[in-house]
Design a protein around this ligand. Structure first.
Ligand SMILES: [Zn+2]
Ligand SMILES: [Zn+2]
Length: 214
């Protein structure tokens, strides 16, 4: 089965939220705003889980409301959950108030396989617990890799050494014809970014691409 992610652009920073549905069940990734619109997109289907690629406010803005309304499980990497308060304070620096987040979370780990074969890739750098999610033909990249750019590594808790390692790992491990679906902006492909990304291309990976990432 191959659920195709539906992209909904929401919230104050125009975050991409992705809804993956198969028949009566769905997963929602990065509810960055407009919870009512996202709930409307889910409709009468059962929302199994709300997944955050990381705990920045523009990716979890609507999470509490949606989890409370649906009973969905909230899933995130433990490394981000443990410093959620710090990560959410980025909202105040940018002139927003930090959103309430779900009361509890289930933790995701590198290599874990979720509903319909969706695979978790831990991609630290932008935040310590940043995740990518690989499905059949696509990779949800959060704020790790964008079309023509990569995520910021100059915010509190980001790691400018880890981010390139994570991007290089994507180039090395994810099929290059896969579509990337980033947390902001338009889609691209892994191959397009590996070849032409002006910040980190596969050429820039050099020795990194052959060294262990984990
Ligand atoms: Zn972010
Ligand atoms: Zn973001």
């Amino acid at each position: 089965m191959r659920p195709t992610p539906l992209r909904l652009t929401v919230g104050p920073l125009m975050s991409n939220s992705y809804l993956l549905c198969d028949g009566p069940e769905c997963l929602l990734v990065d509810p960055g705003g407009d919870p009512e619109a996202l709930l409307g997109a889910v409709g009468r289907r059962r929302l199994r889980a709300v997944i955050a690629t990381h705990m920045h406010f523009d990716h979890v803005w609507g999470a509490r409301r949606i989890v409370d309304a649906t009973g969905a499980t909230f899933m995130v990497h433990r490394a981000d959950w443990e410093i959620a308060g710090d990560l959410l304070s980025l909202a105040e620096e940018l002139g927003f108030s930090a959103p309430e987040i779900p009361r509890s979370a289930e933790f995701l780990e590198d290599g874990q396989v979720l509903w319909r074969g969706l695979r978790v890739i831990h991609a630290p750098g932008h935040t310590p617990g940043s995740l990518c999610l690989m499905g059949d033909g696509f990779l949800l990249t959060g704020d790790t890799l964008f079309a023509g750019s990569v995520g910021r590594a100059d915010t509190p808790w980001s790691d400018p050494d880890a981010l390139p390692r994570s991007v290089c790992r994507i180039y090395r491990e994810v099929p290059h014809h896969y579509t990337i679906l980033p947390g902001h902006g338009p889609p691209s492909t892994v191959g397009e970014e590996a070849e032409h990304n002006p910040v980190i291309s596969a050429r820039a990976c050099g020795d990194r691409s052959s060294s262990a990432i984990l």
